[in-house]
Design a protein around this ligand. Structure first.
Ligand code: SF4
Length: 382
């Protein structure tokens, strides 16, 4: 890298969408109008610099209204939108509130209400626990909306008897992934009602297109953003054998983590070299300040646990399953092996993540090779 000339391409459009810019402006204008402090329910945008700047100007960020000590002060709801109950609670507390929900999210809320009034049962395609999904599901009585997160959920979905079915989506999803989920739903339920107009917003769609167009000309892509703006999740089995989920943000927070990405559990090079290399060099990694090692594969959590036991990882390595290939896709390491009957797989790589920031990644050209990603070589680089 040292002597190479770097050509940097900038993706366009990029940066904040209009909905987020509007929400930031609402907070700033509210501080001017009401004076400090004003409360903001949920981070107005997943960006530390903006949040810190607003804090300096007099915003106090909270997750719930109950946390607000001085209820005589105004509260602002973020661009993601809130369940109906929240403005009602604010009224009951006699609080002044300002709703900064993005109009494109409000459009989905109204869509859900109208479908419900017209007698439809609603499927929401989105990410569990995302504030926008919580807000959209909270527009209607519990049980009126079912959440589908991925293709498997769509394949397993059973319609309620005698119910007309409609779907809506979160505004910030991957266009390609959502297309596949919709295809499955339409195949299963030929009369399913679609949104009049695409729910994934133009800002999300444009930015994904821009990334796709520019990616073919790049050797490496840097995404400048906040550490906590990620939705990927790992699956694992707890000590009782129950399947659990954990977000990547939680896994990597406050840790210096080595991530071993392998094409498959129990496969030759992964079992003979890649994973055992890190088990054998566990102490050496600790001496380099590494506080966690995780092994990730596009497999289910049962397989990862069984593989970890057979390799005697014995608490040294956290065996993380990425069954829907979400994390693997999010770092661009997915390999399509449908032609070999293996579905989606991961490239072979090793990466160092320091408190949610990727510091180093060594990816092999070929999944059958384990050289630059192998423990004895990778540990020399960190
Ligand atoms: S719906 Fe789109 S434009 Fe609105 S806040 Fe979300 S990402 Fe931004």
């Amino acid at each position: 890298m040292k002597n190479k000339e770097l050509k940097i391409l900038l993706s366009a459009p990029r940066g904040f969408c209009a909905g987020v810019e509007r929400a930031i402006e609402i907070v700033e204008k509210s501080i001017q109008k009401f004076g400090a402090p004003v409360y903001v329910r949920h981070e107005i945008v997943h960006n530390k610099y903006v949040v810190d700047d607003l804090k300096n100007k007099g915003a106090i960020f909270v997750e719930e209204l109950e946390e607000i000590k001085d209820k005589s002060r105004p509260v602002i709801f973020s661009a993601h939108g809130v369940p109906k109950k929240i403005p009602e609670d604010a009224k009951n507390y006699k609080m002044t509130y300002v709703d900064a929900t993005c109009p494109l999210v409000s459009k989905v809320h109204r869509e859900a209400e109208n479908l419900n009034k017209a007698g439809y049962h609603i499927i929401l395609i989105g990410h569990e626990n995302h504030p926008e999904v919580i807000g959209t599901m909270g527009q209607l009585d519990e049980g009126s909306i079912d959440l589908i997160q991925n293709e498997e959920d769509a394949l397993n979905y059973q319609n309620k008897p005698d119910k007309k079915l409609a779907y809506i989506t979160q505004t910030t999803l991957s266009v390609d992934d959502t297309k596949e989920i919709i295809k499955i739903l339409k195949n299963k339920f030929s009369n399913i009602k679609e949104p009049m107009k695409e729910d994934i917003c133009y800002a999300t769609t444009n930015r994904q297109m821009a990334v796709k167009n520019i990616a073919k000309n790049c050797d490496m892509f840097f995404v400048i953003g906040s550490r906590n703006s990620s939705n990927s999740e790992f699956y694992y089995l707890d000590s009782s054998g129950a399947a659990k989920k954990i977000t990547t943000a939680e896994v990597f927070k406050n840790h210096k983590t080595i991530v071993i990405g392998v094409p498959g559990a129990f496969t030759k090079v992964c079992s003979a070299k890649h994973l055992p290399g890190y088990i054998n060099n566990y102490e050496a990694a600790k001496n380099k300040g590494v506080t966690k090692i995780i092994c990730v594969s596009v497999n289910d959590p049962n397989v990862m646990k069984a593989w970890g036991e057979s390799q005697k990882v014995e608490g040294k390595i956290f065996m993380a399953a990425d069954p829907y290939c979400e994390f693997t896709k999010s770092i661009g390491a997915e390999i399509d092996r449908h032609d070999r009957g293996q579905g989606m797989r991961s490239a072979r790589y090793t990466m160092l993540i320091d408190d949610n920031v990727v510091k180093k990644i060594q990816a092999e050209e070929d999944t059958a090779t384990c050289e630059i990603s192998a423990a004895q070589n990778f540990l020399k680089l960190i």
